[in-house]
Design a protein. Structure first.
Length: 368
């Protein structure tokens, strides 16, 4: 039996995309129920927690701010830092960030339900939870990550995935830059050190088919930084997870009479090169919530408008990043991932932007 038959919008997932969708839909006066399998927002942390200054993540980012970032340092193989001086941003506490967004949704009137894992999504859009609850609504928003159950039910799935692994360590020297490590040993990804006050996130990502490299290569990077006297040898915590890397997928569909909208990682909006996802999640989630309200108010073109808005906002940058990723993977496969080839696939270098849209018009700045 379907519970809460008066629900207008059902949101699956309460990360930045889902929380933003729930807030926008509730603010429009709709009855919104939003569920998430986690017991608390943003935990465990599954990102590097950097937000560029040019990304407008609003009050949530500022409330979760840990330290400022001034520039980017890129290390190609064992080389020294190549500095991108104008790359400001902030390091955030992701748990605080997500909690802020969820509370904003709650304040707007959304019914927030944590510890509510989805078992399956029926062909008619009805959602079955492991608790035995059954929920349904005219609009179902899938904001449930790279392996979205909502997207899978609608036949809309991310096909390319980056596997990632990250550890938290003590930072022994103050640092105000994001450090990026490019190597032929990391096909389809890169390594990073992102400082967080007295601590740092060290991690790396690679294409899913090379996931067996994650632990040994992360151990190698950690050992290098320990030897340089930059971080402690003890691991204080670890995390990891999948990152979509195939570009945007169709964000709107129907399951029976239910309108399905996908947002954030579920819609493939994560940058295929950088793993950037926070801004796209917040923006697309807000758009999805607004599109739901418009559709329920009688605008039958709202789903198409939503898809067009996402394309206008993110299409050019995602397309360019996907081209760079494809070229880089081909170089890795051919054994020609030279330092120059690695630079050509990374956003810090002019060749990344050659013959494409100008930098100022894109939304693919590095975030995590």
């Amino acid at each position: 039996m379907t519970e809460d038959t008066g629900i207008d919008v059902l949101v699956i997932g309460l990360g930045p995309a889902g929380a933003s969708a729930a807030r926008a839909a509730a603010a429009a006066g709709l009855r919104v129920v939003a569920v998430d399998r986690k017991s608390e927002p943003g935990h465990p942390v599954q990102c590097a927690e950097f937000v560029p200054a040019l990304i407008n993540a609003g009050d949530a980012a500022q409330s979760a701010r840990i330290q400022p970032i001034a520039e980017m340092h890129t290390f190609v193989e064992a080389g020294s830092a190549e500095v991108t001086p104008e790359f400001p941003g902030i390091m955030i506490d992701r748990r605080s960030f997500d909690t802020h967004l969820v509370e904003e949704a709650r304040k707007a009137g959304a019914d927030i339900r944590m510890d509510s894992a989805v078992r399956d999504v029926s062909p008619d859009g009805t959602v079955h939870l492991f608790s035995g609850e059954v929920l349904g609504a005219p609009v179902l928003i899938g904001a449930d990550g790279p392996h979205s159950r909502v997207g899978k039910a609608a036949g809309l799935e991310n096909k390319e995935i980056i596997a990632s692994r990250q550890v938290s360590v003590a930072l022994l020297k103050p640092h105000n830059a994001t450090d990026i490590f490019l190597s032929e040993r990391l096909p389809g990804g890169y390594g990073w050190l992102f400082p967080k006050g007295d601590f740092a996130n060290i991690g790396l990502g690679v294409s899913q088919e090379y996931k067996d490299r994650l632990k040994p290569e992360l151990d190698r990077l950690h050992a290098r930084l320990v030897e340089e006297g930059r971080v402690g040898s003890d691991t204080l915590g670890h995390t990891g997870g999948p990152i979509p890397a195939g570009g945007m997928i169709e964000p709107a569909a129907r399951l029976g009479e239910t309108l399905v909208l996908l947002a954030g990682d579920a819609a493939g909006l994560t940058n295929p090169v950088t793993g950037a996802g926070i801004s796209a999640a917040v923006v697309s989630g807000t758009m999805a919530g607004e599109a739901a309200a418009e559709w329920l108010a009688g605008n039958t073109g709202a789903p198409d408008d939503y898809a067009e808005d996402l394309e206008d906002h993110f299409g050019a940058s995602l397309s360019r990043a996907l081209k760079r990723r494809t070229t880089a993977l081909a170089a890795h496969a051919a054994g020609t991932a030279s330092p120059d080839a690695l630079r050509g696939g990374w956003i810090a270098y002019p060749q990344y932007w050659t013959n494409d849209d100008i930098r100022e018009d894109t939304h693919d700045l590095l975030e995590a």
